[in-house]
Design a protein around this ligand. Structure first.
Ligand code: ADP
Ligand code: MG
Length: 736
């Protein structure tokens, strides 16, 4: 390694051959400042040998009914803009050594006309079609310009060509396919050897990884497919290695480095509570309780995720944990994602412990609700109650993070619906006491692959069974022309005392429009289909007190039907609401639909979830596996909506639903990963790379176990790299 030249890697791209100040400015606009940055501007794909055909072969394929994508390398022979009345189209003619074809554009004519010039060579990729006179055609294909030389060496020697994304900032600076490829080629050739390895050499050797320099080179300009795969593997490994180092550090800091509270069972508070319950805990509840209890009775702090489907009875479990802490003289804080839920938790807990309180007069358990919108004097009184430990269970929302809240002796933090809270908030609350135990509850089950990576610092407890009396919710998919029948079903069921939710989706993310949609339907339904039943309305623009009032009226059966936007999504418990009608169901995400469905079926009565859509989607699963890469964006959206709705009809199992959701959305959006303080994954696919995930995890955890401060010489690279590239993520995983 020629360290003397490290500096050159950090010099401006301006000094590279054929760049200069103007082009450097364009690069700067997309975040490429230095030569090093440029080396890590990777191609979005490579010309794929397996799909490249000649024009005559492609023609033969289409004649035989093949409808996948193909790529042809060909030269422009002619182009023509043609007018049809007001419309204009562009036709570009191409030729390769075996035949002819044409490409057609209906939009962006002016731009595409300027792109395709006679004599230029392009790789054209798209689904071929047959036009008039059996002519091979491509409509709005993908295209990449290549040079004659590249084309020859590709066709003759199979040399792989990289294609880069060219954002408009680069196009404006006159950097196109050819020039960018050339600039990067020269940069790789002259500078790649100076890149410093960023993995410990023992790890590179033991895992037979490509060095960083080799990998960068082969990710751009691979000699062959095997080399590219090896480069790709190295980057995946590196990404997972650092991800897991962060997880391991975080876990170490919480579990090993900090002293926790060693609690014990002091009185019969907990057993008395269990005796007052009107039902028996399920085996799954008992199992997770013993896991939680073990943690609380140990001297190490608990950091546990309690997951289980909506309605499986997590709240009771967390309340029992709270009683253990209270039995040991600690305070407990319970955090909910919304004020209305915090309020509901406080009320539920009061009811649940009423009998217990009668038994234990010597220690009245005091619940304190701390949410926005409370009067100043009231709030101050509560804050002082918390400070002098008159309050035992403090229920609230994010207001609990505020600095003003001073707990006297916080022993347990319970966080409900964890996917709304990031690690950052967790860390703030943990600082409020001397390492209290933490129990995070989630109704969105986390697929195993994710729980072992991203949530690897949490121990996992799962409730995998429902209380015995539950019947699965019957779920059907209906076209919106069936709505009148559905309204009739709702009014018929009302006569049996069954209440219904009618949900409308959020329109264009705008609360104003959302409100309008819901109120319009409310007015219309009250006058027409639902005129003989009592209808209520709840929406996101109401203050929480107003929402609470409506929910209480609904609970008391002052309404039979509640029209709602998605505010009812989480947590709210209305035992006699057994029908939920979800409009425009194709617009909802899968976990959102599952949460909404969880609002019904919370008693022993049969419940129904009716998904309504105007899209033509069949409730039956289409057996044919689609290759998502070949779908257009609108097709892809429709396909995903279909899978979401069919999954809802097919299963009520939250874990299956979460796995499907992960596949459809990719992990980025889900499960709070974005807020969780973890780096973006550019190379790894969490659903596909499970074996590698386990390997990286094992290696990283071993490393941190041996050297938690990263102070050994062999781990200097790791420490430096964390500081340089992961400083944003380090807040949560301190190193010395
Ligand atoms: P979650 O928080 O997991 O969504 P809850 O704790 O709110 O579920 O429980 C849903 C309902 O089931 C509550 O009314 C609760 O009292 C009841 N419940 C909890 N555990 C049991 C059980 N073992 N048997 C019967 N009902 C139960
Ligand atoms: Mg709950």
């Amino acid at each position: 390694m020629k360290t003397a030249n490290v500096k050159q890697l950090d010099q401006s791209v301006q000094y590279l051959k054929s760049v200069g100040p103007k082009r450097a400015e364009s690069f700067r606009k997309i975040g490429i400042n230095t030569v090093r940055d440029l080396l890590f501007y990777f191609p979005s794909r490579h010309l794929d040998r397996t799909t490249v055909l000649t024009a005559s072969k492609a023609f033969g394929y289409v004649m035989n009914g093949y409808d996948g994508e193909v790529t042809i390398i060909a030269k422009v022979t002619d182009k023509e803009r043609r007018r049809y009345g007001k419309k204009e189209i562009l036709k570009v003619q191409f030729r390769d050594s075996t035949g002819f074809f044409e490409c057609i554009w209906f939009q962006g004519i002016k731009y595409f006309y300027s792109v395709f010039n006679e004599g230029n060579i392009f790789a054209i990729s798209s689904k071929p079609e047959l036009g008039k006179f059996q002519k091979l055609q491509f409509i709005h294909p993908d295209y990449d310009r290549i040079t004659e030389e590249e084309s020859n060496s590709f066709l003759n020697t199979g040399k792989i060509i990289p294609f880069y994304r060219i954002p408009k900032e680069l196009r404006k600076g006159y950097i196109g396919d050819l020039s960018l490829r050339r600039i990067i080629f020269l940069a790789v050739e002259n500078y790649v050897d100076y890149l410093e390895e960023n993995l410990p050499s023992s790890i590179v050797e033991q895992n037979n990884l490509m060095s960083l320099s080799e990998a960068v080179k082969n990710y751009h300009f691979p000699d062959n497919k095997e080399k590219f795969d090896k480069a790709n593997y190295r980057f995946k490994f590196e990404e997972l290695f650092y991800l897991e180092i962060l997880v391991a550090l975080r876990r170490h800091n919480y579990k090993e480095a900090l002293p926790g509270n060693k609690m014990s069972i002091k009185t019969n508070l907990v057993s008395d509570f269990l005796n007052t319950l009107p039902f028996k805990l399920t085996n799954a509840q008992l199992k997770v309780l013993s896991e939680i209890k073990n943690d609380m009775l140990s001297a190490k702090p608990m950091n546990r995720l309690l997951q289980g489907d909506v309605g499986c009875g997590k709240t009771i479990v967390s309340l029992i944990a709270a009683l253990i802490a209270i039995d040991n003289g600690f305070q407990v804080s319970l955090m909910a994602p919304t004020e209305i839920l915090a309020d509901q938790h406080a009320k539920n807990i009061s009811v649940l412990i009423k009998e217990l309180t009668a038994l234990h007069k010597e220690h009245e358990i005091k619940i304190c609700l701390l949410i926005g919108g409370q009067k100043k004097s009231e709030r101050e009184k509560k804050l002082s109650e918390i400070e002098i430990q008159e309050a035992d269970i403090i229920v609230g929302t994010h207001a609990l993070f505020e600095e003003k809240v001073k707990f006297n002796r916080l022993g347990l933090i319970i966080i409900d619906e964890q996917h709304r809270f990031g690690v950052r908030q967790r860390a703030t609350l943990q600082r409020k006491g001397t390492t209290p135990d933490v129990l995070v509850m989630s109704a969105t089950p986390i697929p195993r692959t994710l729980s072992m990576t991203v949530y690897g610092d949490l121990d996992l407890s799962t409730i995998n069974e429902m209380p015995l009396n539950r019947k699965p919710v019957k779920t059907v998919l209906r076209n919106d022309n069936k709505l009148p029948d559905i309204y009739k079903f709702i009014t018929d069921k009302q006569k049996e005392g069954i209440q219904s939710f009618i949900v409308y989706p959020l329109v264009e993310e705008s609360e104003k429009l959302e409100l309008k949609a819901a109120t319009d339907y409310y007015d219309m339904l009250k006058k027409t289909y639902l005129k003989n039943v009592k209808v209520g309305l709840i929406h996101g623009r109401m203050k929480w007190q107003e929402k609470e009032k409506v929910m209480l009226l609904f609970l008391k059966k002052e309404f039979d039907v509640l029209i709602s936007t998605t505010v009812i999504e989480v947590g709210i418990d209305i035992p006699d609401a057994n029908i939920i009608l979800i409009n425009d169901a194709h617009r909802f995400g899968l976990s959102q639909l599952h949460q909404l469905r969880g609002r019904v079926g919370r008693s022993d009565k049969q419940a129904y979830c009716i998904l309504v859509t105007k899209e033509k989607i069949s409730g039956k699963q289409n057996q044919k596996e689609l290759d998502l890469n070949y779908l257009s964006l609108t097709q892809l959206e429709k396909y995903k909506a279909t899978v979401r709705l069919q999954t809802m009809v097919k299963t009520t199992d939250g874990f299956k639903i979460a796995e499907v959701d992960l596949k459809l959305r990719g992990p980025g959006d889900i499960f709070g990963i974005k807020q969780s303080g973890f780096p973006n994954l550019k190379f790894v696919n969490l659903t596909e790379d499970q074996v590698l995930i386990s390997l990286a995890k094992q290696i990283s955890f071993e490393l941190i176990k041996k050297d938690p401060q990263l102070s050994l010489t062999e781990n200097k690279t790791v420490k430096n790299n964390l500081v340089t590239h992961y400083s944003d993520n380090l807040n949560y995983a301190k190193i010395a």
